[in-house]
Design a protein around this ligand. Structure first.
Ligand SMILES: Nc1ncnc2c1ncn2[C@@H]1O[C@H](COP(=O)(O)OP(=O)(O)O)[C@@H](O)[C@H]1O
Ligand SMILES: [Mg+2]
Length: 241
């Protein structure tokens, strides 16, 4: 049985007079990989930023694990977000990855163990002393991934994490996503415009179009019997937008 982890209820977001998200209703289940797909500019990043409390909704509510989102500090501590372009602090790889543990006041030994483990998972063992600024683009994104998972969040929000990467690094990141979910049971919400990526890693899918969530379906459902003609056009790549 699916266990509800995040409930998004009647959520709306406007920037000035521009309505970016229109009455979004969605439940994310514990331990699933949920893909949020849709063309550029439909509001994927905005929705992830609202989930991560980086942005406030204009209307509606968010419930995490049955807790109303007014308990935002609690929810935030158990969540992390990876952006399309990694933020790199001008220090060693180790310090970059350790950041989330340091702000949580972890002790030195725990920090060392968890950072090394995270670097192993993302395929960067032995890079801990390197200056983060000297990493390649793919390595930098994997380092940012290590930073996002180092404190073992319940929820991982990924905003087009492979959009700027070469195919080899795309495959590595997708492997890491699958591994984190299977080893730790992390709930993952990934925004992407890449239909093939959805096919490779998602359990369920939501399609955003013009600020509306037009369809939520299992991956198999969306690729075989989409409920909405616009979903089908998007999936097949025949949509003009
Ligand atoms: N801070 C902001 N102020 C004004 N408009 C914004 C802001 N952030 C995003 N938008 C607009 O909201 C829309 C959705 O953006 P975004 O969520 O980034 O889409 P996506 O991630 O799907 O490409 C776009 O039209 C964008 O220009
Ligand atoms: Mg975006």
């Amino acid at each position: 049985m699916a266990e509800e982890l995040i409930r998004i209820q009647d959520l709306c977001k406007s920037f000035g007079s521009k309505e970016v998200l229109k009455n979004i209703n969605l439940v994310i289940n514990r331990g699933e990989i949920f893909a949020l797909i849709g063309p550029s500019g439909v509001g994927k990043t905005t929705l992830l930023r609202i989930l991560n409390f980086l942005e406030t909704a204009s209307d509606g509510k968010l419930v995490f694990n049955g807790i109303h989102s007014s308990h935002k500090i609690d929810a935030r501590r158990r969540m992390s977000m990876l952006f399309q372009t990694p933020a790199i602090f001008n220090t060693s790889v180790f310090n970059n990855v350790a950041y989330g543990l340091e702000v949580r006041n972890a002790d030195k030994n725990t920090i060392k163990e968890k950072v090394m483990n995270a670097l192993n998972i993302v395929g960067l063992p032995g890079k801990e002393h390197q200056k983060a600024r000297t990493l390649s683009g793919g390595e930098a994104q994997r380092m940012a991934f290590a930073r996002a998972i180092v404190y073992d969040p319940d929820i991982l929000l990924l905003d087009e994490p492979t959009a700027n990467l070469d195919p080899a690094n795309v495959a590595k990141i997708e492997d890491i996503i699958r591994r984190i979910r299977s080893e730790r049971g992390t709930t993952i919400v990934i925004a992407t415009h890449n239909v093939y990526q959805v096919k490779r890693i998602a359990d369920r899918v939501g399609i955003l179009l013009n600020g509306e969530l037009i369809e939520v379906n299992s991956k198999d459902g969306i690729f075989t019997v989409p409920k909405d003609a616009r979903s089908e056009a998007f999936i097949r790549g025949t949509m003009i937008y």
